[in-house]
Design a protein around this ligand. Structure first.
Ligand SMILES: Cc1c2[nH]c(c1CCC(=O)O)Cc1[nH]c(c(CCC(=O)O)c1C)Cc1[nH]c(c(CCC(=O)O)c1C)Cc1[nH]c(c(C)c1CCC(=O)O)C2
Length: 356
């Protein structure tokens, strides 16, 4: 039995299964509100910058010992309730041979953007052998993590398509939308291919020992609900259904998705991530019953005084008071120049404030 499995009849549940994070995801009572931070690994930590020195981002994702060390750093430092696997959303695309790189300060850049039917041939299936370093790193990690759950993750089909079609980061997603509106069949086929690759990548992580998965649809907030439902939801639903049988919580997150929260839950998430623009009580009304929520302190708040951080944190916790399940997080990733001590204090504050 792996740590994330539901206990068999007559068997005691594992400490990981009983962790506050997994309990909150399952909407069970918790000893305290669990906390983790998107982008907690890397970025603001000096010990991260030190071990990454001279190693390009994508290369660092392929070194199991380094991935293990970077993933553990925020767990040691901040006492967060979950670890997130150190990688990037473009790693599975690189693994199937897409010519891309992650440029420091820019993000993923794709050499030959996908815009025609012929370009789809670049997207072959992902097999576990393509990402054997992921399996190896997760095995090392789960041995080190003890009862702290590990979150695996992947980019959602829309957000991956946006990088592939634009060729890099984009503000307006114009090429992506041109394809989506102009050639709906090619678009649907592209998203379906990406759903297959994403599903395979998540399964590798769960098989290796990840206790939960998060599907990042970071840029899908650029769409209106009707377009999301028609052009994106079928592919995201396919991803969630593909991992439903494992019984691990499925988290879904995007930025600026206030109008999409209900649909993103409907796509198959057990936990819906919320950015800071919608208070959690209102988010719960939009998502409806039967799902936990994750969020949603504005990451920029961490640049203000300890007192102001505590005030804003209480607002989040108060709005979360009536939820069925709440995982405390930021409304998006940790900003690169955040003071790491502010994150450590925040974890402590949430734990103290919510101790039951
Ligand atoms: C959209 C997206 C990407 N990558 C990711 C997303 C979804 C999350 C989100 O919405 O923020 C996901 C991601 N990327 C990274 C992680 C690590 C795990 C963690 O959350 O701590 C995770 C979960 C490492 C990374 N991914 C990246 C870095 C920085 C690269 C470096 O240090 O050289 C790290 C630590 C690069 C990257 N990769 C991407 C961007 C926009 C960037 C930032 C560019 C920059 O500001 O430098 C694509």
């Amino acid at each position: 039995m792996s740590a994330n499995d539901r206990p068999a009849a007559g068997q005691p549940p594992t400490a990981t299964y009983e962790s506050a994070f997994l309990k909150a995801c399952r909407r069970e009572p918790v000893p305290h509100t669990p906390v983790w931070f998107m982008r907690q690994a890397g970025r603001s930590l000096p010990e991260y910058l030190k071990v990454r020195e001279g190693i390009p981002m994508l290369e660092s994702c392929m070194r199991p010992e380094l991935v293990t060390e970077i993933t553990l750093q925020p767990v040691r430092r901040h006492n967060v309730d979950a670890a997130i696997y150190f990688s990037d959303i473009v790693v599975p695309l690189k693994a199937i041979g897409i010519d891309l790189d992650i440029k420091p300060g820019v993000g993923p850049v794709v050499e030959n953007p996908i815009r025609t039917r012929a370009d789809l041939a670049q997207l072959r299936d992902l097999t576990p052998d393509d990402v054997s370093y992921v399996t190896e790193a997760i095995k090392l990690l789960t041995a080190e993590l003890g009862s702290t759950p590990l979150i695996g993750f992947a980019g959602a089909p829309f957000t991956l398509a946006s990088y592939l079609v634009e060729g890099g980061p984009s503000k307006n997603h114009e090429h992506t939308k041109a394809l989506m509106y102009g050639d709906p069949q090619l678009w649907a086929d592209l998203l379906d291919r990406l759903a297959e690759i994403t599903s395979a990548f998540l399964k590798v992580q769960i098989d290796a020992g990840a206790s939960a998965v998060q599907l990042f649809d970071s840029w899908v907030g650029a769409l209106a609900p009707a377009d999301y439902r028609r052009s994106v939801m079928p592919a995201s639903t396919k991803v969630f259904e593909s991992v439903a049988g494992y019984g691990v919580p499925r988290i879904h997150f995007g930025v600026g998705t206030g109008e999409l929260l209900g649909l993103m839950g409907e796509a198959g998430a057990d936990v819906v991530g919320v950015d800071w623009r919608v208070p959690l009580d209102e988010a719960a009304r939009r998502v409806g019953p039967g799902k936990a929520l994750q969020g949603n302190l504005d990451p920029a708040v961490l640049f203000s005084s300890t007192e102001a951080v505590e005030t804003k944190t209480r607002e989040v916790l108060d709005a979360a008071a009536g939820l069925e399940g709440h995982v405390f997080n930021l409304g998006h990733g940790v900003l690169p120049t955040t003071d790491p001590d502010a994150l450590t204090r925040l974890v402590e504050y949430v734990h103290e404030r919510t101790a039951r």
